[in-house]
Write a protein that binds this ligand. Sequence first.
Ligand code: AMP
Ligand code: GLY
Length: 424
Amino acid sequence: MKILVIGSGGREHALVWKIAQSSQVEKIYCAPGNPGTAELSENVAISPMDFEKLVSFAKDNQIDLTIVGPEDPLVSGIVDYFNDHGLKIFGPDKNAAQLEGSKYFSKELMKKYHIPTATYQTFTSPDKAKEYIGSEAKFPLVLKASGLAAGKGVLICQSSEEALEGIGQIMEDKAFGSAGDKMIIEEFLEGEEVSIFALSDGEDYLLLSPAQDHKKVFEGDQGKNTGGMGAYAPAPIVTSSLIEKITPEIIERTFEAMRSEGMPYKGLLYFGLIITNQGPKVLEYNCRFGDPEAEVILPLLKSDLVPLMEASINGTMREQKIQLYDKFTLDVVLASGGYPDKYEKGKIIEGLESLDSDILVFHAGTKSENDFLVTNGGRVLNIVAMADDFFSLTESLYKNVDRIRFEGVHYRKDIGYRARKYFE
Ligand code: AMP
Ligand code: GLY
């Protein structure tokens, strides 16, 4: 088979890496890819949002299956576009991708089908939202732009001053563009976050390893939100009794709800959950693999990913089985100095050749320039280790991370800290 992977981050490098191991695959292309994907596939300079060029490329090169990494093309209907041209593509169509593309859609769905989530109000006018803050609101509370905002459209507010300022940013100043035409104000939930991943054909589904991301930039979950500074899997907080609760109340109810709405969900659905004292609740849905979670869950997947993706498209998930390695994986993200605020690019990256042979490296913001590998984004590299035991894993990973150098590099030294208490 010939496969086209769309995207250019660490998640897409991990997808290419996993697919390259499939016995069914003869050639992989990645659009636009990065220097990491270039080692395993052929990079093609087409933007993930240029559907017309992607379809022409897929036709000209007899691509058998296209796999989409990021959310923007999915939310904009890339799956419908490929299907209209008779091409096979993995992921949800435009209707189903609303689960991530519109928080208004997903919150209404959860309310209608009694899927546990934070209580909320929706606003289309800043005045009404401000009125609510002045009367009924309890603090802390959470403001969310309804549309896609690259993970940035969420503000946690401790006081009415902060909330009024936030409403101004989202709805009046349009800090996140048209994503802020509608806004959600919701209850603040307390608890640990986990990411659950289900591969579905709309009817049946299979679960991958649960993971935990680290969204804050500094140790101890301090500082600003980022795209994710590291991850590990499987997350031990997800016990079998928790899965027994999540399965009927959240996972199955969501797939059933989407069927009832006439938009069965095919593809990978990422449930962003928070484990509160009252039980697990949904924070958000994402219509694709997480990043950095893909970098830890794909190495734990023993089964070939390609037949699973084909089963999602063909509606034969029921016939599939999934095998996972009984190991742990940990990913530390190396970021550019200043990230998630302003940062410089073009810093030479050194030390990758000195890593132990069992360490995986997934590129994110890197570029090849005059025979050097240089930084080209906020999140630069994912360094991943896999081991039988959690503590030796942490030790061997950080020993390797310390060998990589570029000007301004920073990373969290406590990735996986929430898991430690389960093994001590
Ligand atoms: P979202 O894009 O909705 O997942 O929000 C981004 C991040 O904001 C989440 O990963 C949480 O860390 C935080 N967050 C969002 N909603 C809430 C909430 N209702 N209570 C507490 N934290 C939240
Ligand atoms: N790791 C968070 C995300 O992919 O949305």
